[in-house]
Design a protein. Structure first.
Length: 191
């Protein structure tokens, strides 16, 4: 990886991938619009949703696995944040959402050199994952909730009213899951 946090490139975060992640990235490169990618670290953010590569102006990946909570987020012009146990400035999350199988969407979450697969076929569990990306063109919301029969929910909207609605849900989830975040952070201020 580059030494200067401002000089990271997407390729810096496409390492140690599982075979399924490699397949997902290959499909994105080939123009498959039903496979999405979000990479978030404490100093870098990138998304590819519906075939559009862009740096999001709001992005969040929040994971709850048992009693471990992890969140990487970037809201507006604020510096990105990373919350969780033992997170270093070299850590990042990579999420690939595969929506080709409409009935059984799959999510691949890569964190700390480990990739976890989530799908509707999973046994009931306590895991939860929120992925939210917003740009001037669209908002993409994906939620995995392990105790529900339909564990993966995904929304993709382009209109401002829809973007506001799912932004509200995503930020509410973020604040309630990570109460240590100052409310001012959601309004473009950082303490």
């Amino acid at each position: 990886m580059s030494n200067d946090n401002n000089n990271y490139q997407i390729n810096d975060f496409l390492r140690n991938m599982s075979k399924k992640e490699i397949k997902g990235i290959a499909e994105i490169v080939q123009g498959q619009t039903s496979v999405s990618l979000l990479v978030q670290s404490a100093s870098f953010s990138h998304s590819t949703v519906a075939g559009i590569n862009i740096k999001p102006y709001i992005s969040a990946v929040c994971s709850i696995m048992g009693n471990k909570r992890t969140c990487f987020a970037s809201l507006g012009t604020n510096n990105p944040i990373a919350i969780g146990e033992e997170i270093s400035n070299k850590d990042f999350v990579r999420v690939i959402v595969d929506s080709k199988g409409k009935a059984n969407k799959k999510i691949y979450l890569h964190f700390k050199e480990k990739t976890t697969e989530y799908s509707n076929e999973d046994e009931e569990n306590d895991n939860c994952l929120l992925v939210y990306v917003e740009t001037k063109n669209y908002a993409h919301f994906c939620l995995y909730e392990g105790f529900l029969p339909n564990k993966v929910t995904e929304l993709y909207v382009k209109d401002e009213k829809g973007k506001l609605a799912i932004r509200t849900v995503a930020l509410s989830f973020l604040k309630r899951t990570f109460p240590e975040l100052e409310t001012s952070y959601f309004y473009g201020e950082r303490n």
